[in-house]
Design a protein around this ligand. Structure first.
Ligand code: NIG
Ligand code: FE
Length: 388
């Protein structure tokens, strides 16, 4: 027996359906018919097929948007790095070497402790409107620890990413090539069954472009999709590599050359911007306007991790992107929903067109604009995630 729920009394419904108004596909005084967790119909409430519904829910004039799609997080880790943040805010620069501290704490943590923390993060994300999220490994850096992180991540989401190439662990500091051999060999073997994606931190101080190409190619040979961390701390060759390998997404993109922008514009690789990182490291924000004007697809994600960006809030990222990265409010909303879905190569989330998962967020606001207009205010009153 199928079950139909009519959500009505929606003051402003964002669908991204081109049959509705403007680039966001907005309907005012709207309704949405959800049949067995899929969007069946959206339109004017006055035209809603009421007799088809088993249940009618009234949104009381609130705005409703697609659930956020957070395409970049690192939610499985041990330890705390608040002292590092405090020192940064007092003038010390960010250093990726802090990753090794989290690696040590994660290796020491019990599986139960990691799971309890992950479960809390998932509740935190959902409470802020995120309905689909990716999780990376990368704080284990041994076969057993990376495998354990990915197994736990898989309990929470199908969007899991093997990031054994996060940094060279301390025990391989004198022989980085041996670590690349491990990542592309036995570690990949153990981790690939729990992962959909492979990722590399391609940056000075982490992995070179040659090492990154080797690692990502080994992943594609095991059937994993490609994602890349690049141009976070300075310009480099990571964006060109991501485009060369048809990566679904290249993330950070803080320091881009004109050539990078041209390459991205001619590709289907999404540039995923992570404003929480620049907020928390005091690096300059990435220039979203430059990318959008060049025709690059852009996503916003949290990069929730204990070192460079300890926020799980996409409303926060939207507010910063609008205030400081040259995005309009509709562009930022799109980047945190449909853009995130594109960065995960998913067509069933990030929008509310017929056939999409009925994952949506009810806001305590008359318009989605309030996400940027009321920064820091908890506007999410309900996050609806359709059963899988
Ligand atoms: O995405 N860029 C590399 N990795 C993380 C930072 C992790 C950390 O500092 O612990 C990132 O920003
Ligand atoms: Fe990251």
């Amino acid at each position: 027996m199928s079950r139909a729920t009519l959500l009505t009394g929606v003051g402003e419904l964002v669908t991204f359906d081109p049959v509705h108004e403007g680039p966001l596909g907005v309907v005012r005084d709207a309704a949405l018919l959800d049949v067995d967790g899929r969007v069946e119909w959206t339109g004017l409430a006055s035209a809603a097929p009421r007799s088809d519904a088993d249940e009618i829910v009234d949104a009381g004039g609130a705005a409703v948007i697609p659930g956020f799609v957070d395409s970049h997080t690192h939610l499985v880790f041990g330890g705390d790095r608040s002292a590092e943040f405090e020192a940064r805010m007092a003038g010390r620069p960010y250093s990726a070497s802090g990753i090794r501290g989290t690696v040590a704490a994660t290796r020491e943590a019990t599986e139960d402790a990691l799971r309890v923390r992950l479960t809390r993060f998932v509740t935190e994300l959902r409470g802020q409107g995120t309905t689909t999220f990716e999780i990376k490994s990368g704080y284990g850096l041994t076969i057993a620890d990376e495998e354990r992180i990915l197994r736990l991540a898989r309990e929470a989401t199908p969007e899991t990413t093997f990031l054994g190439a996060h940094v060279i662990p301390a025990e391989y500091a004198d022989d980085p090539e041996a670590y690349v051999d491990l990542v592309t060999g036995a570690m990949l073997e153990a981790c690939a069954p729990h992962a959909r994606w492979i990722d590399v931190f391609c940056e000075t101080g982490a992995f070179t472009v040659e090492q990154s190409r080797r690692i990502l190619t080994a992943g594609t040979e095991r059937g994993l999709g490609v994602r890349v961390h690049a141009s976070q701390l300075g310009p480099g060759d990571g964006v060109a590599l991501a485009v060369e390998l048809d990566a679904a997404s290249v993330d950070h993109c803080t320091y881009l050359t004109d050539a990078d922008v041209t390459l991205l514009a001619g590709s289907r690789t999404v540039a995923t911007l992570l404003p929480g990182v620049e907020f928390s490291t005091r690096h300059p924000y990435p220039d979203a306007r430059r990318l959008i004007d060049a025709g690059v697809r852009v996503a916003l994600a949290s990069d929730c991790n204990p070192g460079s960006s300890f926020t799980s809030s996409l409303p926060f990222c939207i507010a910063v992107a609008v205030r400081d990265m040259g995005m309009t409010v509709p562009e930022a909303l799109r980047a945190a929903t449909l853009g995130g879905a594109e960065a995960l190569r998913r067509d069933d989330v990030g929008h509310l067109r017929p056939g999409a998962r009925a994952d949506y967020v009810v806001l305590d606001a008359p318009s989605y604009v309030h996400l940027a207009y009321r920064p820091g205010v908890p506007l999410v009153t309900r996050t609806r995630i359709a059963p899988h």
